[in-house]
Design a protein around this ligand. Structure first.
Ligand code: CP
Ligand code: NVA
Length: 306
């Protein structure tokens, strides 16, 4: 059996995603009822972080523990990973000592190189290009609140970053539409997209127009990790890209608001929106735990009868 990795959202088929959402529901339900569930007893996840994290580390570490396994945290500051050991060598060694690896790093090519030399499944815990675990949690959250996302409209206001590109991949696979509005100087790069993805999103100059008719409005920080040198210039370019009450009023009256967090109130989102009645950001953050437990279970032991 070839090893299955989760490096991009479209590494999974629609059928696999539907399975993961149903497993996440099952696992979450047991967790909420304090029922122990240890399918990953004696299994170990290694987590490699080259960028900061609260939610990703916590959800993977707690998730492995709750599934009966263990998680080991490595970062580039105090391991050999930051001292020039080739990614391929690190992959060979690390993957002989554990059952799965999660990596948060810079270029997508790093997780791809690691995966191609790994004996065990590799999970993308965020790269400059994609954040598939987050969008998995976001869509699961949407389904919990509103049912299927098929045929719905998601408005993306802000940067053309790892989150927006992952939303576009998800839109093609799960058949919904993304309305994208970025500042003109930070556009979506068509070269980064496949032909079939282009029919699943529309670009809007005006963020208000992007929100019109949306079932979900979502945004993210103006400056992602690794781009801090551009911070001042981005603050100026993104000044009109704050999801506020006026933008939410343009969306459907039952539209949800999501943000992968951490958020900056008064920058990409107003306090009134993120702390308001349409916001589901805390459910969204919690669901990282449940969907990633389903993901780990699937990658390590495969499909189980539901
Ligand atoms: N949303 C998310 O990935 O959060 P962290 O950076 O805290 O892991
Ligand atoms: N786009 C953000 C997401 C953080 C979870 C970043 O890459 O920093």
């Amino acid at each position: 059996m070839p090893i299955k990795h989760f490096l991009r959202f479209d590494d999974f088929s629609r059928e696999e995603l539907d399975y993961l959402f149903s497993r996440a529901r099952f696992i979450k339900d047991r967790f909420k009822r304090y029922q122990a569930y240890h399918p990953l007893a004696d299994r170990t996840l290694v987590m490699i972080f080259e960028k900061a994290s609260t939610r990703t580390r916590l959800s993977f570490e707690a998730g492995m523990h709750q599934l009966g396994g263990a998680a080991i945290y490595l970062n580039t500051r105090d391991s050999q990973l930051g001292r020039g050991e080739p990614v391929e060598d690190a992959a060979q060694v690390i993957s002989r000592m554990c059952d799965a690896v999660m990596i948060r790093t810079f270029e997508q090519t790093i997780v791809e190189r690691f995966a191609s030399h790994s004996r065990v499944p590799v999970i993308n815990g965020l790269t400059n290009e994609y954040h598939p675990c987050q969008v998995l949690a976001d869509i699961f959250t949407f389904i919990e609140h509103r049912g299927s996302i098929q045929g719905r409209t998601v408005a993306w206001v802000g940067d053309a970053n790892n989150m927006s590109y992952t939303w576009i991949q998800a839109a093609r696979l799960l058949d919904f539409k993304v309305h994208i509005s970025t500042p003109p100087a930070y556009p979506i790069d068509p070269a980064a997209l496949g032909d079939s993805e282009r029919s699943h999103f529309d670009i809007f100059e005006d963020p208000m127009q992007a929100c019109r008719g949306a079932d979900l409005v979502t945004t993210d920080v103006w400056t992602s990790m690794g781009f801090e040198a551009e911070d001042d210039q981005r603050r100026r370019a993104f000044a009109d890209y704050c999801v506020d009450e006026e933008m939410m009023a343009g969306a459907r009256s039952d539209a949800l608001f999501m943000h992968c967090l951490p958020a900056h109130r008064g920058e990409e989102v107003s306090a009134g929106v993120i702390d308001g009645p349409q916001s589901v950001v805390w459910d969204e953050a919690e669901n990282r735990l449940h969907v990633q437990k389903a993901l780990l279970e699937y990658l390590l032991i495969g499909k189980l009868p539901t």
